[in-house]
Design a binder for this molecule. Sequence first.
Ligand code: C2E
Ligand code: MG
Ligand code: MG
Length: 693
Amino acid sequence: MISALPEETDAEHRALFAALVESLPEPAWLVDSASLRIATVNRAAERLLGLERASLLGRGARSLAATPEDLAFWDQVADGGDPRIHSDTLVLRADGLPVPVTRHVTPLADGTLRWLLVTLHDRSEQRRTEAERDTVIAELRATLESTADGILVTDLVGRIQAFNRRFAQLWGLPAELLQRRDDAAIHAWMTRSVEDPQGYAKRLAAIQEATLLHSRDRLRLHSGHVLERVTLPQWSNGRPTGRVYSFRDQSEKLAADQRIEALAHTDALTGVPNRHQLTHRLAYALALARRDGTPFALLHVDLDRFRQINDSFGSGIGDRVLIETSERVLRCLREVDMLARIGGDSFVVLIHHADARGAETTARRVLEVMAQPFTFEDTPFTVTCSIGIALYPGDAMSADALLRHAEAAMRGAKEGSRGGFRFHQPRVEVDLRSRMRLDHAMRQALAQKHFRVHYQPQIDLQSGQIIGTEALLRWRDAELGEVPPAEFIPVAEESGFIVAIGEWVLDRAVRQAADWLAQGWRMPVSVNVSALQFRQPAFVDGVAAVLAAHGLPAELLELELTESILLRDADGALQRVQALAERGVRLAIDDFGTGYSSLGYLKRLPISRLKIDRSFVAGLPADASDAGIVRAVMQLAQALRLRVVAEGVETPAQRQFLRDVGCDEYQGFLYAAALDSSAFEQRLVPQLAERLQ
Ligand code: C2E
Ligand code: MG
Ligand code: MG
């Protein structure tokens, strides 16, 4: 366009070019290509260089060059070289400060005149922003480096934008790979490093797809390290622009956690799981068994007489026995089974997929390895164990119940012969069921008059005469047959029904004695009183009312109370006993010797007889301790002036012994068991006839 200008004078041309240069928005000047001096300059250039137009016009273009490159350029132009250049350079301002510029030099030809147009683009602003950006980046880098986490920043498609050294270190990235900055190679390296490359790749793809996802997960590397990965979206101007991944090495923390976990779950001495762990495993086994219907077994293994080992060899040896026991038992188990130590010398074995046969096989194997002698410090000794077995689902459905059953069965094994095993016997549950049945049947028996009272004669040891009788309750159930009082009385005591039964027996016995009296037989009758019955507030009045109703003199009734009844609520019992005695009712202490009544207490009681429990009579006369007890009771009774009745006399030798030590009376099968009233009367008649003779 410039070259198309019509030929004019130099001066006119210069003025025209000056106007054109002036109109350019950026700093610019024209250099005469022959003299290489500035011919015209615009205001923007004046401002940039800080120089007046006057001082610039006619000045050598070279004098404004601030870099060796520019000096060389102008020298080369002076030598007739290419006058074109386009590059970033510096120009010197008047105050000596270099200004960064992009500089264009373009030759313009116009007839004879040749011009070089120099235009500048001031890059100060751009340089400032660039410098600022560099600072920010440097700061960012420093921040990245200063975190303990490995950081990786990518854009939305996964191109790597930045990472820190910790990142490279955690992933073990080789320096060569980092220098190459080959994103694909770095990603491939990471994928190869994890234990589950497929899972990793899938997860990474999912993360990248969900731009806004915040997530936290764990990666296991082949190196054994475990990295926690947190990923967050990176935001810029309110838009997600990429993703920041931070990686933290969790290996040490995990190892520490595992150690703590292991400690909390293992028995410190033997290293096998403890009760805590057993509970967990048992819950798991139950869940599995419920789902799949597979049975399993629990063995409670308890060492026999472990205390003796501790006492005679010291607890050091005791500890070694426990350790070796756990090793021996472990040898009998499969990999999937479990041994736990749940207390001093108690172990529990959990056997998966085992029924009674499987449990028994394992139990026998354990007994076998335990039968091998232990040798510590050259002293061989044998430690046996007892095993109780509970089975799921046969014995119980809950962990607690299974553990309880196995332990109870172990106790059963100990009671039998130590060094054996025993299966759980569902006694408790059956008991409970039969208790309820018994209670129900008892109530019906009373209503339907199925109870009877029998009378056991009491014999004077000197004269051999029947001097009294004990009323004993009898019950024959249509289904259950003859039910002994020892079985149903405790059930009746528990349910409270004993009160009704007791009143009935009392009424029957008093009526019987009154009948006999009416026939001319003064036959004192003894009635057993249970604890609950005795504690009834109306008990004393009730007894008096029964006596009055049948017209029996109070001294023909004796109440049998046990020591425990008298000891419980001793003051209340004393008052009641005194009230009865005041009315003339006699009192006997039943089953004497089995309780703990003190001489002092007995002295305060208005009692007339002691009944020596039959358990002390059984061993007479041979058993020295039974004989000693009976003698002691005799001395006590003599001191307190009480008569003594021996119960359960079955042999003439027992009777002889009792007679020799001064016992007054006895009752027992030797003379007669409890008899119904007519049988009793038949035994009585000859005696009365004898007396009459
Ligand atoms: P107890 O009061 O000590 O009664 C004595 C028990 O010994 C009776 O058992 C009797 O049958 C039994 N006996 C008597 N002679 C011999 C013998 O020579 N050898 C052996 N081995 N046993 C003998 P029974 O009738 O089975 O009564 C057991 C317990 O039940 C009684 O012990 C008593 O505590 C209670 N009992 C019985 N009837 C009643 C009752 O009407 N009311 C209350 N509250 N308890 C009763
Ligand atoms: Mg009795
Ligand atoms: Mg008794």
